[in-house]
Design a binder for this molecule. Structure first.
Ligand code: 13P
Ligand code: SF4
Length: 350
């Protein structure tokens, strides 16, 4: 990266000292990650967001729903800043508040809403988390989805899982012992979700029709291809990948799990990784003694994660030095209160 920008970011960060706390998701660019005080997957960053209550500014290098969660989980006197407001998440955008309310109305009219526990993936807007919080549901991330589903099935007979159908299905089938037939997909663009009343009544898992535009692109063909090309390769993928990809892989886990698996891997071993490219490149560089490769070369970076780049970080930090607060992310208090209930239930999972 541009040495002049690196020097400017370093100078601005030094000038701010303890007044700024920089969080970086594992999918961020190296040029940004080098300035993070804490790096992590979305669970770790949610847990650590409140770790520096004395810092008035939290610069969140990640995407919008993560910055919202940080605002919800931190004190009123801390301001959360997203260096580029266009850093959203296409998966989170696949479930709007109105669509989820409409779905709940369908379940209510069917007389089954009382036995459905809503669970939302972290990758959802604050108002979806608040919706779930109001109905005594829970947030989950890719590192605790199994525990969150276990919690939900102790409280209800059915789960409405938002918005990632793949994480929901993979967790239900691979971790909870449910079958594919126990899962239906609710399409918010179709009347009744495109399902019959019987299907909605009979399903243990009502999966929202959402997916990650990055992980959803890995295919079973790419797993077969790498196994043929690289004998003995270990295929390690994120649970946002499609079910057929996850079942064809050797290991599945969140970004934090993927990092630990590589740390523990034998020198000389080969690894094909199905997750975001910035992380895979960083892992390959960190493990020169292992053969680390990207599972499918046709899959690209997460375009919204990549919007946070060094120029945006420099612009943000220099504005803070001048006493300006750009791109603050705020969640209104009523939404925050209910979303926090659902987030707190996740943070309290055993
Ligand atoms: P984790 O951080 O939970 O691994 O999720 C990956 C992701 O897609 C974040 O946007
Ligand atoms: Fe959203 Fe997927 Fe990008 Fe994560 S990797 S921010 S889920 S689009």
């Amino acid at each position: 990266s541009d040495p002049d920008l690196v020097a400017r970011a370093a100078a601005a960060k030094a000038a701010l000292g303890d007044r700024v706390f920089v969080l970086g998701h594992h999918y961020q660019r190296d040029e940004v990650i080098q300035f993070a005080d804490v790096t992590g997957d979305s669970f770790k960053l949610a847990r650590d967001a409140a770790a520096r209550p004395e810092a008035p500014y939290i610069v969140f290098c990640g995407v919008h729903f993560m910055a919202e969660s940080a605002d919800i989980l931190t004190g009123d006197d801390q301001r959360v800043i997203l260096p580029d407001l266009a850093a959203g998440c296409s998966m989170a955008d696949m479930a709007t508040f109105d669509q989820v309310e409409e779905c709940w109305d369908v379940l209510t009219d069917l007389g089954i809403a009382d036995r459905v526990v809503p669970v939302t993936y972290m990758n959802s807007s604050a108002d979806i988390k608040a919706f779930v919080g109001r109905r005594d549901g829970v947030v989950c991330t890719s590192s605790n989805a199994e525990r969150a589903l276990g919690w939900a099935f102790e409280r209800g007979e059915q789960v409405l899982f938002l918005p990632d159908q793949h994480l929901g299905r993979n967790t239900a089938v691979l971790e909870m012992g449910l079958s594919l037939e126990d899962c239906v997909v609710y399409n918010p663009h179709r009347p009744n979700g495109g399902l019959t009343d019987e299907q909605l009544r009979g399903a243990k898992m009502i999966l929202w029709k959402g997916h990650c535009s990055v992980h959803g692109r890995f295919s079973k063909a790419s797993v077969d291809e790498v196994r043929e090309r690289v004998p003995g390769v270990n295929v390690l993928v994120h649970p946002e990948c499609r079910h057929e990809v996850v079942t064809a892989a050797d290991l599945v886990g969140s970004t934090e799990y993927i990092i630990k698996a590589l740390d523990a891997a034998e020198p000389g071993s080969s690894w094909a990784i199905g997750t975001e490219l910035n992380l895979v490149k960083r892992l390959a560089a960190a493990h020169p003694d292992k053969n680390v490769m990207f599972l499918d070369k046709t899959v690209c970076f997460c375009s919204t994660m990549n919007r946070i780049d060094l120029p945006h970080l420099v612009w943000t930090l220099e504005a803070l030095v001048r006493g300006e607060v750009p791109n603050q992310i705020t969640v209104d208090p009523e939404t925050a209160r209910h979303a926090k209930a659902a987030l707190d239930r996740m943070l309290a999972l055993p």
